[in-house]
Design a protein around this ligand. Structure first.
Ligand SMILES: Cc1cc2nc3c(=O)[nH]c(=O)nc-3n(C[C@H](O)[C@H](O)[C@H](O)COP(=O)(O)OP(=O)(O)OC[C@H]3O[C@@H](n4cnc5c(N)ncnc54)[C@H](O)[C@@H]3O)c2cc1C
Length: 371
């Protein structure tokens, strides 16, 4: 077992990996992951989209701040581009006019467009579905695996260690350090970074720390084969503005989500068949692509605390217990900036200037804030 650890990160998803990649620059650390490989849970199950006009202000600030990393990662971080542009079309059916107006008001660089214009981006959109739409030209596909592997490689290159098949069973504070027990061995360090995704509150309970009210919510995804002769890879991301379905081209097929947010316990999530069928019916109301079979499906967890902001910072009551949870549906797009911010706060340094410039309020993401 490594000795003299400065800190232990729990969870090797995108949150734990992005923070550890920064912390390993000047801290001795291990990342403990309960599964056989990092990325098995939420990180490996996302829609892989970068959307700066999605989520509460803290999320938007972190997403904007991370754009430069996506566009120009450090030398050697990735062998191919981390993002590739794919515009988004938010379609506004009559009964969602209010949501359309709210999104327009809260967003930057959204352009109101006609359905005819929307159909130039997504030709299978039915003319009768809505009277107008909105175009966000700033969105992109993220290569999540490339990003995640980049962070993991960096941890190892800097001397950090990622230990898989190491579920944290118990944690206790003793003699100024956290004693962590896993089937892969015992670890000890003065600081713990809790990046356990949907299990974040569970880790706190095991440590005797007050939970943050984290609620995992299931979201399902269907993989729809391309109809004969149709090449939609260059089409946009498309969804209704009320977020009751969305679709995007990926790997020669179409991903279609019912966009549900079903509260569940933390678990190895899978798609719900009935929810998928209902979501596909909503998709078919809008899109002229009949779904006759699926090539696959999956489910994943998006975990939120009640105000929808992430939780990032030291616990006020439990010494050396650092929270990095509640990334909801935005944990990939926020990871470069949130990982960097978390590392700065763990080291008790100031918020990096490029994040502060985007208007992030630390009080919005502080653990134990009034919600
Ligand atoms: C369908 C879907 C679509 C999404 N689309 C997008 C999108 O387009 N863009 C975007 O930015 N985000 C998206 N998200 C959200 C994004 O996937 C998550 O916010 C992000 O992956 C969370 O990362 P994480 O590291 O916190 O969680 P995880 O990836 O779940 O990692 C947490 C890790 O902790 C480990 N762990 C848990 N308990 C223990 C323990 N006791 N001991 C050791 N390890 C433990 C788990 O095994 C897991 O690997 C989507 C999510 C879903 C489900």
């Amino acid at each position: 077992m490594p000795t003299d650890l400065d800190l232990i990160v729990i969870g090797a998803g995108i949150a734990g990996a992005s923070a550890a990649a920064r912390l390993a620059e000047n801290r001795k650390l291990v990342v403990l992951e309960m599964e056989e490989r990092p990325g098995y849970h939420s990180t490996g199950r996302s829609a892989a989209t970068y959307e700066p006009n999605y989520g509460p202000p803290s999320i938007r600030a972190l997403t904007r701040a991370g754009r430069s990393f996506f566009e120009a990662p450090p030398d050697g971080f990735a062998s191919a581009p981390l993002i590739s542009p794919r515009p988004t079309i938010f379609v506004v059916p009559d009964h969602q006019e209010e949501q359309g107006a709210a999104l327009m008001k809260s967003s930057t660089d959204l352009e109101e467009i006609s359905v005819a214009e929307a159909r130039r981006h997504f030709p299978a959109l039915k003319e009768s579905y809505a009277r107008h739409a909105m175009l966000d030209a700033s969105t992109a596909d993220i290569d999540v695996d490339l990003l995640h592997q980049g962070f993991l490689r960096r941890i190892k290159a800097l001397g950090g260690e990622v230990v898989c098949r190491a579920p944290v069973d118990s944690l206790a504070r003793q003699d100024g350090a956290w004693q962590v027990t896993t089937p892969a061995g015992k670890f000890s360090a003065p600081i713990i970074v809790n990046a356990a995704g949907a299990w974040g509150d569970e880790i706190a309970r095991r440590a005797g720390v007050r939970p943050q009210g984290l609620q995992p919510k299931r979201r399902s995804m269907a993989v729809v084969p391309a109809p004969e002769g149709m090449n939609f890879m260059g089409w946009s991301f498309v969804g209704d503005v009320g977020e009751t379905w969305y679709a995007k081209p990926s790997g020669g097929r179409l991903l279609v989500s019912p966009a549900e947010a079903e509260p569940v316990e933390p678990h190895d999530a899978f798609a719900d068949d009935l929810t998928l069928a209902e979501g596909i019916a909503r998709f078919e109301e809008a899109i002229d692509i009949p779904v006759t079979r699926l090539d696959g499906s999956w489910g994943g967890l998006r975990s939120f605390v009640p105000d929808g902001n992430p939780v990032c910072g030291y616990d006020a009551e439990a010494e050396g217990f650092f929270w990095l949870i509640g990334q909801g549906g935005y944990g990939i797009q926020t990871s470069p900036a949130l990982g960097d911010l978390a590392a700065s706060l763990v080291r008790q340094e100031a918020v990096p200037a490029y994040i502060e410039r985007e208007g992030l309020e630390l009080s919005d993401i502080a653990p134990g804030r009034p919600i």
